[in-house]
Each structure stands twice: as C-alpha cells, then as structure tokens.
Design a protein around this ligand. Structure first.
Ligand SMILES: NC(=O)c1ccc[n+]([C@@H]2O[C@H](COP(=O)([O-])OP(=O)(O)OC[C@H]3O[C@@H](n4cnc5c(N)ncnc54)[C@H](OP(=O)(O)O)[C@@H]3O)[C@@H](O)[C@H]2O)c1
Length: 252
C-alpha cells in the first residue's frame, strides 16, 4: 500500500496515541490534531492548516465528561467542522471510533455517541465507523474517579479491549478505499473475554491497594440494558487479545 497522509483528531488521547503509533509504524505520514498540538476541532482553529494535503481523517477525539447534552454539542460541532474543512481540503473519507451498543442507548454518553454517528453519516464525506468495546485503558479512569481505598464499580458485563488492538483495526478501516457491502453491519472490535467491569477493576485495584466492591450500576444511564448484555459485542464482532489480565501484566 502506498504511503498516505492521515490527520488524527484526538491524537493525544488514550486511543489516539496508539492510532498515531500504528500508522507511523506502517510508514504513513501522520498529522496529530488536538488542542495540545494547536488544532481545535470545535472552534476550527488550526484545522485548515492541519488538513492541507491529508488523504484521510481519523476521528478519535472525545468530550471529557459523561453528560449527554454537553457531549452531543461537542460531537455535533466537531462532526460539522471535520466534514466542512475536510471537504475543502479534498479529504477522501473520515474513519471514526464509536462504542459497541450505541444503537441500544437511550441516555448519557452512549446516546451522545449514537448522535455522533448519525451526524457524521449525514455529512458530505464518506464515513467509516468502527464500534469498540470499553478500553482496558478506561478501567484506571473508573478507579481515578473515586476517592479513598474502596472503589464502587458496576458489576456490569463487558468485553474489554486494548486500545492498541482497536487502533490497528481502525487503521485498517481508514486505509481501505473500498465501500462497505450494502446492508453490512457496522464493524465491531472487542476483547476475547467477557467479564464484569468490577472484576477487571479488582485486578487493577489489587495493584493500587484499592479494594473494589461490585455494585449493580443503578443510577447509571441504561444500567438495565447493560445488565442484559446490550453493550456486549454482536455475533459479527472481531474478538482480539490481549485479555485485561494479560494487558495489565505489560503495564509498568
Ligand atoms: N474510553 C473507552 O472505553 C471507549 C470505548 C469505545 C470507544 N471509545 C471512543 O474512542 C474515542 C477516543 O476515546 P478516548 O477514551 O481515547 O478519549 P480521550 O482519552 O478522552 O482523548 C480525547 C482526545 O480528544 C482531544 N480533544 C478534546 N477536545 C478537543 C478539541 N476541541 N479539539 C481537538 N481535539 C480535542 C484530546 O486532546 P486535547 O485535550 O489536547 O485537545 C484527546 O487527544 C472516542 O470517540 C470514544 O467515544 C472510547
């Protein structure tokens, strides 16, 4: 495959840094886009310059909090800007990371991501979506959000996946010029092992000296849907390691 120039929105994030690594290792030219690199996909500052000559945009930017309305505003504005500036720059397509199960979401961040998908799909450029399970890298964030040496984590089913694994899959999708087959389901990537968030968090908690207590998740948006497995991968999903435990063993 010939070398391409890819502009990565959210290049400094949990997933974004792995997307940059994967593309760079494959010999492609990467333009990292985040406010830290002087590019704001909400205000548009630096965006035209960053996209000059780019073949493809990868959107792995995210809003920092879980409230639905603010997250939706972020995704609405960023989707419009990536399409508008991307079209003017002659970009061929946008590839975006979404979350498994957003089609079932009725509230919260996942509902905002469902809107994000819809907004991106309604723009002028072709869009390729990859839905991922929760990241291994996200479990630490769940612990960070709690204080003290006991953490209350929902015992909801998940099939956690490593960001590096998602990044490889998203790079494949972004680089593929082909059209998805008509009626094909949105591709999904998840880890090899079904476990609850609390079980995974307990493994990390043991390293940090934090006791993890599994709770039922009530109070969380769509907890019932999650408990019934509504955010687990579908039968067409690609499952790929490492497991959470294997991944944790590689972390410093
Ligand atoms: N977390 C999960 O478990 C999970 C699971 C499946 C899918 N996803 C999806 O994967 C994507 C990446 O998630 P993540 O957890 O890697 O996100 P993250 O770690 O929170 O990173 C967010 C990135 O977006 C950038 N950003 C924020 N506001 C920006 C702005 N106005 N302009 C330009 N860049 C901006 C941030 O950099 P600056 O602060 O420097 O701007 C950062 O690079 C999201 O779409 C998310 O919904 C996440």
């Amino acid at each position: 495959m010939s070398t391409m120039k890819l502009a990565v929105a959210g290049a400094t994030g949990r997933l974004g840094r792995h997307v940059v690594d994967v593309l760079t290792e494959r010999g492609h030219q990467v333009v990292p886009m985040s406010r830290a690199t002087g590019v704001d996909i909400v205000t548009g500052a630096g965006l035209a310059e960053a996209l000059a000559g780019a073949d493809v945009i990868i959107d792995v930017a995210s809003w920092h909090a879980s409230e639905q309305e603010a997250a939706t505003d972020f995704f609405r504005t960023s989707a419009r800007n990536l399409h508008e500036y991307g079209r003017r720059a002659g970009v061929a397509r946008i590839a975006v990371a979404s979350i498994i199960g957003v089609g079932n979401a009725t509230a919260g961040f996942l509902a905002a991501k469902k809107t994000h998908e819809e907004l991106l799909l309604s723009g002028p450029l072709p869009v390729r979506i990859l839905r991922a399970a929760q990241f291994h890298e996200f479990v630490g964030q769940l612990l960070d959000w709690q204080q003290g040496d006991v953490a209350y984590i929902p015992a909801l089913p998940s099939q956690l996946v490593a960001c590096r694994t998602v990044a490889g899959e998203l790079a494949d999708l972004a680089l593929d010029p082909g059209e998805p087959a008509a009626g094909a389901p949105i591709p999904e990537i998840a880890g090899p092992r079904k476990e609850t968030l609390a079980e995974a968090a307990a493994l990390l908690g043991a390293r940090r000296g934090v006791k993890v207590v599994g709770v039922d998740g009530s109070g969380m948006p769509d907890a019932e849907i999650a408990a019934e497995g509504g955010f687990l991968p579908g039968p067409h999903a690609k499952l790929a390691g490492p497991t959470f435990r294997e991944w944790l063993d590689t972390q410093p």
